[in-house]
Write a protein that binds this ligand. Structure first.
Ligand code: HEM
Ligand SMILES: *[C@@H]1O[C@H](CO)[C@@H](O)[C@H](O)[C@H]1NC(C)=O
Ligand SMILES: *[C@@H]1O[C@H](CO)[C@@H](O)[C@H](O)[C@H]1NC(C)=O
Length: 505
């Protein structure tokens, strides 16, 4: 999400400025205070003093390498074990690479912990957005998201996604094209997202997309104290883009309100009733007996659009990159999709039953999410002293539950850094032995588990279907995956696509 993609690394990018400022101005009292607390003796091991600039630089350079676990394992886990104490954004924090602690953190949301993203993220998403809202209000917003996203099997969702993906890849035909895959994937992700709001993709969604690109950059920028006042900084630009997006979305909501008023006047039937299915805007207008403010509705939509944008598009891009580098996996995937295609008419859309028959595709997607760690982990704050194993995590501490550290740990996955989709197939693999929820949490878990989980899988699956059945491709330039400040490929994965010879299309 957005906020998602950013987390640990993004956040760590900001650490040192925030730390420096906060501790220089006021925080120096923290350390003596802690020494007096007996609990300090039972904190997870780690640095309790001032973080060193050197650590920060080592962290940055580690994340620039293709193997992100260099830092996590060699510097944190090897030194302190799966749980350690550190600083995050100038605050005391616990870093967890322990799957059962992560589980506790995810399932204990709203009780032992609460969401705690940096204010720069909250400002960009909106103060009333799902990701930063706590308590009963969060429950309501989460349920609202699920009301639209939670039933991917209901027609016409898969068929609609199919049409949206086809419209995007049709641009490459018939001569083939040189594309930056991440841009194409982002077009698809945004067209699916605006579809959730009842809008057809077109010039409107493309201009919205440009604003979201700026917002995404803002999540991972350094929000130094004056950045929000300086329009030429990355963060300043992101704030401006946020404003533009909010205005555009307000317009959408207003128009819908007018339509509803007119329809009700005409024949008592609402536009949503006529369309047969309610989109997200309809649901928002009816939420809580129609009592949502414009700000609430807009923040909800910004969060939804941001959450499904970089995440889904990066998953598509990385899947293709990993497959390209693993030809046997690509061949097996193609076989699966060719056989699905053979069973359907030339122009016939995929449906839920087709999606369900894509067994190997699901292995590819899981493996992409595991190796790619689209969302590196989640940020929380302890509401109470948390007792875990021999440790006490004091009330008020930030907690970073790292998924990447678990997903790429050789303790939990054999050849952890290798893209090996078949590991999801074998019944006796370690992955299947242990409750998957502990060792594999690309979508988080508990009360905040990603409501777009299944939709994202559908979009990636349908995309892969049309890509491998219609096209073949080569890398146009060598590119590589980096994990700092967020997971991405350095060049956006430029490839040359052309129609497959003997293509079915
Ligand atoms: C591969 C794609 C995706 C990944 C890896 C992903 C991952 C995540 C994760 C880890 C969280 C939990 C954050 C936390 O607990 O603090 C989350 C939350 C969320 N995601 Fe996704 N997501 C993806 C796609 C989507 C899509 C397509 C949508 C909607 C269109 C979406 C909407 C949301 C929303 C609204 C939340 C906030 C839920 C809450 O706080 O209650 N995500 N996502
Ligand atoms: C399939 O769709 C394309 C584009 O929409 C159209 O040109 C073509 O005639 C269709 N083919 C069949 C068999 O319906
Ligand atoms: C992929 O991961 C999900 C958990 O996110 C799991 O439920 C599913 O069984 C996995 N798929 C395969 C093919 O192992």
């Amino acid at each position: 999400m957005d906020a998602s993609t950013t987390l640990f690394v993004a956040v760590s990018a900001i650490i040192f400025l925030a730390v420096a400022l906060k501790q220089l101005l006021s925080g120096l009292t923290l350390t003596p205070q802690l020494k007096n607390e007996r609990a300090a003796a039972r904190l997870p091991p780690g640095s309790t003093g001032l973080p060193l600039l050197g650590d920060m630089l080592r962290l940055i350079s580690a994340y620039r390498l293709p193997n992100p676990d260099l830092f996590i394992h060699e510097r944190i886990v090897a030194r302190h074990g799966a749980m350690s104490t550190t600083h995050l954004l100038g605050e005391r924090a616990v870093f967890s690479a322990d799957p059962s602690f992560n589980r506790l953190v995810l399932s204990g949301d709203g009780r032992v912990v609460d969401t705690s993203y940096p204010s720069s993220v909250a400002t960009l998403l909106g103060a009333r957005s799902v990701l930063v809202t706590r308590g009963p209000a969060h429950k309501g917003l989460h349920a609202l998201a699920l009301a639209r996203l939670g039933y991917p099997a209901l027609p016409p969702l898969v068929a609609r996604v199919d049409r949206l993906v086809l419209a995007a890849v049709a641009q490459w035909e018939p001569a083939g094209a040189a594309v930056r895959l991440v841009d194409e994937a982002r077009k698809i992700a945004m067209s699916v997202n605006v579809h959730l709001l009842g809008i057809e993709p077109g010039p409107w969604s493309e201009s919205l997309r440009r604003e979201f690109n700026a917002i995404s950059d803002g999540f991972v920028s350094l929000p130094f104290p004056l950045a929000s006042l300086l329009p030429f900084t990355t963060y300043g630009k992101a704030l401006k883009a946020r404003k533009n997006v909010a205005l555009a979305l307000q317009e959408v909501v207003r128009k819908r309100m007018d339509e509803k008023a007119m329809d009700a006047g005409a024949d008592g039937e609402t536009a949503a009733g006529k369309k047969g299915k309610k989109d997200m805007v309809d649901l928002l207008l009816e939420a809580d007996g129609g009592s949502f403010s414009m700000e609430q509705m807009v923040d909800f939509c910004v969060n939804l659009l941001a959450a499904g944008y970089d995440t889904t598009s990066l998953t598509m891009t990385l899947a293709v990159k990993f497959l390209t580098e693993t030809p046997t996996a690509l061949a097996q995937l193609r076989e699966e999709h060719d056989s699905i295609r053979k069973g359907k008419g030339e122009n016939q859309s995929l449906e839920w039953s087709d999606y369900q028959s894509m067994a190997f595709t699901q292995c590819v997607i899981n493996e992409t999410l595991r190796v790619g760690n689209i969302v590196n982990g989640v940020l929380r704050r302890a509401n109470t002293d948390i007792h875990f194993k021999d440790y006490i995590i004091p009330k008020g501490y930030k907690i970073f539950a790292s998924f990447g550290a678990v997903h790429l740990s050789s303790e939990h996955y054999e050849n952890a850094r290798t893209f090996h989709p078949w590991r999801w197939q074998s019944k006796n693999s370690k992955v299947q032995d242990v409750p998957a929820s502990n060792l594999f949490t690309p979508f988080g878990g508990g009360p905040r588990q990603c409501p777009g989980n299944e939709l994202a899988r559908v979009v990636v699956s349908v995309f892969l279907h049309h890509l491998v059945t219609r096209f073949s491709w080569d890398e146009a330039e060598e590119d590589k995956v980096v994990f700092f400040p967020t997971t991405r490929t350095l060049k956006g994965y430029p490839i040359n696509v052309r129609l497959r010879s003997g293509s079915i299309s």
